[in-house]
Design a protein around this ligand. Sequence first.
Ligand SMILES: NC(=O)c1ccc[n+]([C@@H]2O[C@H](COP(=O)([O-])OP(=O)(O)OC[C@H]3O[C@@H](n4cnc5c(N)ncnc54)[C@H](OP(=O)(O)O)[C@@H]3O)[C@@H](O)[C@H]2O)c1
Length: 278
Amino acid sequence: MNEQTHESTATTGFRERYGPAALVTGASSGIGRAFAVELAARGLALLLVARRTERLHALAAELGQAHGVSVQVCGADLAAPAAVEQIVTAAAGLDIGLLVSNAGFGLKGAHQDNDPARMAAMLQVNCAAPLQLTHRLLPGLRQRGRGGIIITSSVEGLMGIPYSAAYAASKAFTNSLGESLWGELSTEGLDVLALCPGSTDTEAHALQGIDTATLEGMMSPRDVVLEALANLRNGPVHIAGEQNRALFAALAGMPRREALLQMAANIRAALLPGEMQQ
Ligand SMILES: NC(=O)c1ccc[n+]([C@@H]2O[C@H](COP(=O)([O-])OP(=O)(O)OC[C@H]3O[C@@H](n4cnc5c(N)ncnc54)[C@H](OP(=O)(O)O)[C@@H]3O)[C@@H](O)[C@H]2O)c1
């Protein structure tokens, strides 16, 4: 079999299992955008969700032209509890075989300094939205008996992370959600993956006031997504990147108190250098 035939067989297999349509939240940027690009390249129709609809429309036009797939757009603010219903309504006419619940954001800094309203919005976007979206889409997925769910979590969900307390806790929630659903659904032909990226080159860092020049070993969103799709059948949890897998294996092997204190000191030095000098 030549490479092209092999590639198209793999694409057809992917589309048969997870198509004809995928729903991707947070598709206007970063990892979600990369999911949209890679899924369109595999022939899936898409429903793209985010607040910045002008970006989604531009991406829809680009992917439609490049891959001949139908791409629909749903503008929704996932911090609003009613957004999930709005998305489910937009998805009504589509046979969704793959849910990529990816939208999310982080907050960094000393826990006491975080704005309570931002933390509440973060829990709504990072935790409540995937909880409710999976709940609403599962009947259709189970009826099909094939398909998948990817929840973009984070390596920060693997253990407590000093100076990222609320975000790390939100991602512990999504890791647990992914593992639980994997246990419920993997015998029913449904693949569930809690995807744990480490530092990835997206707009997320600037939104948190982090200078990306201070970050080492960032992965590209595309590489994160290619790993996720290649490991969709290897759930429940996948850590993206060899370096991240090695780092978190080493941290998990340390006494937890020691690991947390070491991380706190490292993060203080990187994010709050003034404090270290005091
Ligand atoms: N970058 C990293 O280092 C990293 C590491 C681990 C995990 N992650 C996770 O990866 C996922 C994607 O983040 P990213 O790094 O790709 O960041 P990003 O480039 O900032 O993209 C975030 C996406 O989420 C959407 N979003 C945020 N708040 C939303 C809201 N209230 N309603 C609807 N959509 C919302 C954004 O769309 P709009 O702004 O247009 O609404 C955007 O499409 C997140 O769950 C994040 O926690 C990222």
